[in-house]
Write a protein that binds this ligand. Structure first.
Ligand SMILES: [Zn+2]
Length: 319
């Protein structure tokens, strides 16, 4: 039987701090549900355990490839930092892996196929640009506000991953007037100010008695004063950093996803407001901020875009 365009699949792999997930994704960006598998990762895992989880999801997903279908290659979206040229990953929340050769592990499982690696923030941006909120937008940033804050930049329809593969690391841009210590070793990073856990920590330090992002969301909705201040502080940090990014690269659109971006119904609006109090230049205030259109599937879909749409990757990174 011959293959048609629609049954040429990419194997997408998403490596995160708590799980690794793999699935087959078709040329329209649709995940093939029977091929979707996950396995645990986590801070306490050894290097061998992590590698075994990766191999397990690859084997299960590829076993679900229909008989008449073709596997084109694999894309990996990994928690960062990464090294693009060496195919290595050093995910902040997986201490067993520092400069670990993840691409080689995947290549061993898929002889003869090409394997492409990018940071998960970059994959989210690619996914929004391909089938999400940023279709047809040339100057775009995709981002997540969750346990961490991540992002990816698309400028003139190309992903800006940079020579090391870590371009668009929006979570580690500095926010003015803040000195909270960040997991990266810096201070005042967007992630250290605006992430879910850091926002909860800030609220607790100011007398709030809750413990989770969900409680913070409930107390925000009830008008609890500290919860309101905490959520606004997170949105302000994100908005100010978006204003700075827009000053630098003239963004048209930013799409925000991630669990903590749902902490309040008006979170996206608060981010947009923060941009206009930070900046007056029309070329900055014109940037539109919207919610992600991809639910939780962005990283997998973006990993598949590495295979289905290599023309959206920068020339420098492909060389
Ligand atoms: Zn940082």
């Amino acid at each position: 039987m011959t293959t048609t365009t629609s049954n040429r699949y990419a194997l997408a792999i998403d490596l995160g701090g708590t799980k690794v997930e793999a699935a087959l994704v078709d040329p329209n960006g649709a995940i093939f549900p029977p091929s979707r598998f996950r396995a645990p990762t986590g801070r306490a895992s050894s290097s061998d355990q992590l590698a075994e989880s990766v191999r397990t999801v690859i084997r299960k997903s590829t076993a679900a490839l229909p008989d008449d279908a073709e596997l084109l290659g694999a894309g990996i979206g990994s928690a960062g930092p990464i090294s693009l040229s060496r195919g290595e990953v050093s995910p902040l929340n997986l201490p067993a892996w520092r400069d670990f050769g993840l691409r080689a592990v995947v290549e061993e499982e898929l002889p003869g196929l090409s394997v492409s690696l990018r940071g998960d923030g970059n994959c989210i941006a690619l996914a929004e640009h391909w089938i999400g909120a940023a279709q047809g937008v040339k100057f775009f940033m995709g981002m997540v506000v969750s346990t961490g804050v991540g992002g990816g930049l698309i400028l003139d329809d190309r992903l800006i991953d940079g020579p090391t593969g870590n371009g668009g690391h929006f979570g580690h841009v500095e926010v003015g007037g803040e000195d909270t210590v960040c997991g990266c070793g810096g201070t005042g990073c967007v992630e250290a100010v605006a992430s879910g856990p850091k926002t909860v920590e800030w609220a607790q330090a100011h007398g709030w008695t809750g413990t989770t992002g969900e409680e913070l969301a409930a107390h925000y909705a009830d008008g609890n004063e500290i919860a309101v201040q905490a959520v606004r502080r997170s949105a302000r940090a994100v908005g100010h950093a978006i204003a700075s990014a827009t000053a630098l690269v003239d963004l048209e659109l930013v799409a925000i996803g991630g669990g903590f971006s749902h902490v309040s119904a008006d979170y996206i609006a608060l981010v947009a407001e923060a941009i206009t109090d930070r900046a007056a230049f029309p070329f900055i205030t014109k940037v539109r901020v919207v919610a992600s259109a991809l639910s939780h599937d962005g990283p997998l879909i973006g990993a598949a875009a590495l295979v289905h749409h290599p023309e959206r990757l920068s020339e420098a990174a492909r060389a």
